[in-house]
Design a protein around this ligand. Structure first.
Ligand SMILES: [Zn+2]
Length: 79
């Protein structure tokens, strides 16, 4: 299979899927996907995409919580 965006070769592997849930940033680790070796585009199989939707909607207990530091580029000061 080839990447639909750039035509690069796809390699199967696992990725971390992320999405913005308005009040929370959510990560799903170890998601099987085909990743474009050229542009990094991730392609999920229909079954995996369905599962991701289910995880997003069910809001089950996460395996862990991370504290993520957030910076604002416009307020960054040079050292
Ligand atoms: Zn690509």
């Amino acid at each position: 299979m080839r990447c639909v965006f750039c035509g690069g070769p796809l390699r199967s592997g696992t990725v971390t899927f992320s999405y913005d849930d308005e009040e929370a940033y959510v990560l799903v680790e170890h998601v099987p996907a085909d990743v474009c070796a050229h542009c990094g585009e991730k392609v999920y199989s229909p079954a995996v995409a369905d599962m991701l939707m289910e995880i997003a909607q069910k809001k089950t207990e996460p395996v862990k919580m991370l504290h993520i530091p957030v910076y604002d580029f416009t307020q960054a000061k040079r050292a």
